[in-house]
Design a protein around this ligand. Structure first.
Ligand SMILES: Nc1ncnc2c1ncn2[C@@H]1O[C@H](COP(=O)(O)O)[C@@H](OP(=O)(O)O)[C@H]1O
Ligand SMILES: [Mg+2]
Length: 392
């Protein structure tokens, strides 16, 4: 198999299981990435703060979250038929339907129509006429599956790491397909994660600093970023550059996890927000395992992408007791890391269970993703040794 191949060849493997699903999902994520780049650009450079709202739990939600959910839902329904598409996704239309949300709703409708009009460049047939407000709301609210152990459903996080998104930093668009409780496809769009590894040295906050100084050339803005994808059992994971202007999609290259298994050389990633994972606990683990590098704190599932690409070796997340991890925050990333050669489990060494509904019920303490078994075992041992004295 060629190390590099054009993504269109996914299409030509017609008899391969999930070939059409993968092709459509990859295209939908590319469309979503471009949509998000535009909204983020508007937010950061034009200060369009009206596009950000606060949810009941005080976390932000933006025009991009709803627009991506509507756009991906519409694309999947067109490709497979509304009656065949079941989607578990993060957003609902409750706050969007309120009378004081009319301006944000019209921005969402406009954003969705713009995204779908430009989808032709990915081979997606746009709607014959612009979608009306009710159609956009329907597309969002169709994503009302609760998941579960049987059948097939898509799992979508339209903008993962919304906090990173509104801060001009990293975020991801995550789409996975689950069948009979198992993640069979994962696609991860990372619009601000450049193809080359130098990102590790300067990307954190780089874009934010730059954005405060100068307004970038829009062509340059969308020339960054990548889309990763993998199919369960293929033992291959792929990365494509995001489209640049009208050039279309570049060829995909195979990605692999890092071969580093020496803790001294390894880098671990974790959430930026202390509220989402205890930095104190992971600092203790890092010390006892012998990790010396500074942790790489990144918003969103870009952390899964970093492990799959071999840019870091370990991802750890230890949320506060009682926090229920949502399947859309992990599904796409897990299959991509596994097919790139890595391991993802809970802290007890068990695979994450996507068959229990919208949450990862039964998760033992936290999530550990590693490039290889040796680092993975060391982290698990360290967790066991320090768990009882932790405040988690
Ligand atoms: N208290 C908490 N503990 C753990 N995870 C949390 C959390 N509050 C929110 N999250 C999840 O963490 C995700 C962001 O991940 P990270 O912290 O790695 O950047 C959020 O995704 P959204 O941004 O899509 O809501 C959200 O689902
Ligand atoms: Mg999320």
């Amino acid at each position: 198999m060629d190390k590099n191949r054009n993504w269109v060849s996914i299409e030509s493997e017609g008899d391969e299981k999930y070939a059409k699903e993968l092709e459509v999902a990859v295209k939908a994520v590319h469309v979503a990435c471009l949509l998000c780049q535009k909204v983020q650009q508007n937010l950061i450079f034009n200060g369009d703060e009206d596009s950000v709202q606060s949810k009941d739990d005080s976390s932000p939600v933006t025009i991009a979250d709803w627009s991506v959910q509507a756009t991906v839902s519409w694309i999947l329904s067109q490709a497979f038929g509304t009656e065949n598409v079941s989607i578990v996704a993060e957003e609902d239309i409750e706050s969007l339907s309120k009378s004081d949300a009319s301006s944000i709703l019209s921005s969402v409708v406009k954003t969705v129509n713009e995204a779908l009009s430009s989808a032709a460049r990915f081979g997606i047939k746009p709607p014959v006429t612009h979608l009306q407000t009710t159609q956009v709301l329907q597309a969002i609210s169709r994503c009302n599956s609760r998941g579960g152990p049987t059948g097939r459903f898509w799992v979508l996080d339209p903008v993962d790491g919304t906090l990173g998104f509104v801060r001009g930093d990293q975020y991801a668009i995550a789409l996975a397909l689950v069948e009979n409780g198992e993640v069979v496809l994962g696609v991860l769009g990372c619009p601000n994660y450049p193809m080359n590894k130098e990102w590790l040295n300067y990307q954190n906050g780089y874009r934010r600093i730059l954005s405060s100084l100068t307004k970038p050339d829009p062509a340059g803005w969308d020339s960054n970023g990548c889309v990763l994808y993998a199919k369960k059992g293929s033992k291959k994971a792929w990365m494509q550059p995001l489209v640049n202007g009208d050039k279309g999609i570049g060829s995909a290259s195979q990605i692999k996890v890092s071969t580093i298994d020496n803790p001294v050389l390894a880098t671990f990633c974790e959430p930026v927000e202390k509220a989402n994972s205890s930095h104190l606990f992971t600092q203790g683990l890092a010390h006892s395992v012998g990790l010396r590098n500074q942790p790489l704190r990144v918003y969103s599932m870009v952390k899964y992408a970093a492990i799959a690409r071999g840019d870091a070796e370990i991802f750890m997340k230890f949320a506060r007791a009682g926090y229920k991890e949502k399947i859309w925050d992990h599904a796409a990333g897990v299959v991509i890391i596994e097919e790139a050669g890595g391991i993802v489990t809970d802290a007890g060494g068990r695979p994450l269970d996507f068959s229990k509904g919208m949450y990862l019920y039964g998760l033992d303490r936290g999530i550990i993703a590693c490039a290889g078994p040796s680092l993975h075992q060391k982290i698990m041992t360290a967790v066991d040794a320090s768990w009882n004295s932790s405040c988690l």
